[in-house]
Design a protein around this ligand. Structure first.
Ligand code: SF4
Length: 96
């Protein structure tokens, strides 16, 4: 007759639990601000117009931002407040 000593199951700390998924693989932190989303309004603007034809579009060599007074104070140095000039104009569109 053998006597076996059962080891107590390992207890993971809360931090370890949240670092790994159900299969034990490490969880990648979500990437923030990878999509341009700095548009002044979620509502669509005039048909046929884009941010490129708007007076508020601010272009630099590497990125574009919406310079509408609503958006300018919210600018960050990241992609999340960039705009794509080919995007359909929003409700704040104005003729240059
Ligand atoms: S249409 Fe004009 S106001 Fe609207 S997000 Fe584009 S640049 Fe800004």
């Amino acid at each position: 007759m053998t006597s076996e000593v059962h080891a107590a199951p390992s207890v993971q700390s809360r931090a370890e639990v949240y670092r790994n998924d159900l299969f034990g693989d490490p969880v990648q932190p979500p990437r923030k601000g990878t999509t341009p989303g700095g548009y002044a309004s979620p509502m669509a603007g005039p048909e046929g117009e884009t941010c490129a034809t708007c007076k508020w579009a601010v272009r630099t060599r590497h990125y574009s931002k919406c310079g509408h007074p609503i958006m300018r104070p919210r600018w960050t140095h990241g992609v999340a407040t960039d705009i794509r000039l080919k995007t359909r104009a929003c409700a704040k569109w104005e003729k240059p």
